[in-house]
Ligand binder design. Structure first.
Ligand code: ATP
Length: 235
């Protein structure tokens, strides 16, 4: 599904990705973790073609990413920070994205699922952070693509909305999709992930299940296992 070989990305003199290799060939939920600034978003954006690496190859669903855009039709992406045009209403924005994507959307079920009906005629710059995130989630999930990439999806969500998000992600997993997630909320990651990919110093430091991570670090609980990696590496 996603194959990354020898990926290098530098911003000026700063090396962010340093010969990173990663294969994601399974269905299910994969959490991409790592300390702040470790390159999670840079990695995701490289897969999406939004960041151009200095070196390396990325193949998504059998298509090379370089100088290509068609493969993106099969990816749904939730950005960490959504810069919505503030003067549009929620309804107008959803309509605009539907027109741009040109695929049959499932927006109505998702609007109902996140209880967004009262906000449809409101301008985006008048919405709270959590409500904006729900709009962001509707836009992401409405096209039913086989690969879903979620950058900090829990951002700003209240407990009920967080439960709904987890339900939605599980539902998508049961359809046989591959879902890549970054999050700093360890309880959320532990609850939903099938596999953990941990980034450190521009490379993959760990790639495996939560129980393998606990064994590797000698810790019984997930949060402490992550903390142990960070402490051992002065991250
Ligand atoms: N466009 C850019 N120009 C310059 N530096 C950048 C750019 N994008 C990212 N960086 C730098 O690359 C490093 C990795 O950033 P990135 O956003 O990928 O990290 P992250 O692991 O997603 O972090 P966080 O957990 O804080 O979201 C950071 O030091 C960041 O400042």
């Amino acid at each position: 599904m996603v194959s990354i070989k020898n990926l290098h990305k530098e911003f000026g003199s700063q090396t962010v990705l340093d010969g990173l290799d990663l294969d994601i060939d399974q269905k299910g939920i994969i959490a991409v973790l790592g300390p702040n600034g470790s390159g999670k978003t840079t990695l995701i954006k490289s897969v999406l073609g939004m960041v151009v690496p200095q070196k390396g190859d990325i193949v998504v669903n059998g298509q090379a990413v370089k100088n290509n855009w068609k493969y993106r039709r099969e990816i749904d992406y939730l950005p960490q920070i959504a810069n919505f045009p503030g003067n549009l209403s929620v309804k107008e924005l959803i309509g605009m994205i539907k027109d741009l994507r040109g695929r049959k959307p499932q927006d109505e079920g998702l609007i109902e699922f996140f209880k967004l009906q009262p906000f449809l005629d409101k301008k985006l710059n008048k919405l709270s952070g959590g409500t904006k995130q729900k709009v962001n989630l509707v836009l992401t999930f409405m096209f039913d693509s086989p690969l879903i990439i979620l950058d900090e999806p829990t951002s700003g969500l209240d407990p009920i909305s967080l439960i709904r998000l987890k339900e939605l992600i599980q539902r998508e997993k049961e359809k046989g999709k591959t879902i890549l997630i970054t999050s700093h909320i360890m309880s959320f990651v532990e609850e939903i992930s099938d596999r953990i990919v941990f980034l450190l110093e521009g490379k993959i430091y760990f790639n495996g299940s939560i129980s393998e991570l606990k064994t590797k670090t000698g810790q019984e609980d997930f949060e402490h296992a992550i903390a142990t990696i960070l402490k051992d590496n002065n991250a």
